[in-house]
Ligand binder design. Structure first.
Ligand code: SF4
Length: 253
């Protein structure tokens, strides 16, 4: 039977290549993989903890894995480092911490192409398990009319409120580029387009998101926990309306 290996964050490319060579099934534990309440994680993590890492614990409680690679370096966060200790005590499988400092960029065409933001994000997060170079020809760049800065949110529904010509910045751009610890790329912004600076509640990146939003001529700082509630959705809608950004999206055929 195929080995099942969980990953948290973006382990170094060499490790992902090794997992491909060994033909194991790679499961992204940052994403919701099971239908179960996040409340179940309260025995292991405080409720006021980032929803991504609570999701990691929930997945680990329900999926039978052979081992887990968890990135705990500058490409992820100290919270992940602490979660790695909790996972070690919770589970009887090897928990292997990594520190991804890869700096060879593979490109980020998806971040700049015209496509529903939700689909862009789904493709970028799916690619975390891949070892491929960018597909610049498949995803040509479009002029941006809006920006999304930040990590992939726990609740992807938030992304349906953006125009298809939204460019992605921040850690998600580093994610597609496979350089998750590239702080200079993460800090890049485009002052020419209205930009939502998003961070998960209880994440240290809230500081950078708010700081960059304050410096941006048309920036909106937003943090959300597990689900993007009606107030977060209303803020985004009002922001685009006030900044005169038409939210035109391709109808799905
Ligand atoms: S959202 Fe922030 S706290 Fe949560 S895993 Fe990502 S970097 Fe860490």
């Amino acid at each position: 039977m195929k080995e099942k290996v969980g990953i948290v964050g973006i382990p170094p490319l060499e490790i992902i290549k090794e997992l491909h060579r060994k033909k194991v099934e790679i499961i992204d534990l940052d994403e919701p993989q099971v239908q179960a309440s996040l409340e179940l994680t309260a025995a292991h993590l405080p409720r006021v903890y980032c929803a991504i890492l609570r999701t990691v614990i929930l997945n680990a409680m329900h999926i039978e894995l052979d081992r887990i690679y968890i990135d705990v370096g500058p490409g992820k966060c100290d919270c992940a480092l602490h979660v790695s200790i909790i996972l070690k005590d919770m589970l009887s499988i090897p928990i292997i911490p990594t520190r991804n400092q890869d700096m060879e960029g593979l490109g980020f065409p998806l971040c700049r192409t015209r496509m529903p933001l939700l689909d862009k994000m789904l493709t970028i997060t799916k690619n975390v398990r891949s070892i491929n170079r960018d597909e610049g020809k498949k995803y040509p760049s479009c002029p941006p009319t809006a920006g999304f800065w930040g990590v992939p949110p726990r609740d992807f529904n938030l992304l349906t409120l953006f125009p298809d010509t939204t460019h992605i910045y921040g850690w998600t751009r580093c994610m597609e580029n496979k350089t998750p610890s590239d702080l200079s790329l993460e800090s890049q912004i485009n002052p020419g387009v209205p930009t939502v600076f998003f961070a998960q509640s209880f994440c240290a990146k809230t500081a950078l998101a708010r700081h960059l939003a304050d410096r941006h001529p048309r920036g909106l700082y937003l943090d959300c926990d597990v689900a993007a509630g009606s107030s977060a959705r209303a803020k985004i809608e009002a922001f685009f309306e006030l900044s005169g950004t038409p939210v035109l999206r391709k109808e799905k055929s």
